[in-house]
Design a protein around this ligand. Sequence first.
Ligand code: ADP
Length: 162
Amino acid sequence: MKISIYPGSFDPITNGHIDIIERASKISDKLIVSVLNNNEKKSLFTVDERVEMIKESTKNFQNVEVEYFDGLLVDYAKRKNANIIIRGLRAVTDFEYELQLAQTNRELYNEVETLFLLTSIQYSYLSSSIVKQVAEENGDISKFVPDFVANKLKEKYKINTL
Ligand code: ADP
């Protein structure tokens, strides 16, 4: 059974992430989307909020599970019997960091393979931080995230949704 993990901050989930989840779910028997619970990285949404938003966005995908994890990704992968780590590549700028991460993970656990999916062109510019910046200035984020995520962002930035 091919069990894959798609780890990330997802602060918040965007249409770019959802595109990767949809495509990764098709090549996995089970895909676990997992929010990294990292206290050092300042996030806008709590881990629970992020997990909830991902669950809502992926409820139509039968073989997708959503949870969070602490600690090393490879230890988590071992616990979950997962041999595939999914990451998205948007541009060359992502590459160097992702390469380091993938090589390190394989050094730590040689049974794990990192699989890179190239982002669909229409989402190649999209990042959670850009979406937050636009939302904070009350810009239109309807093309970037699902509606309920847009509403959550508005609540966070206390923008009147009426
Ligand atoms: P991290 O903090 O781990 O980079 P992110 O939530 O920003 O977490 O991203 C998680 C994964 O999703 C990474 O592999 C990242 O490259 C990928 N990703 C982020 N935005 C997009 C996008 N617009 N299209 C495709 N993949 C993306």
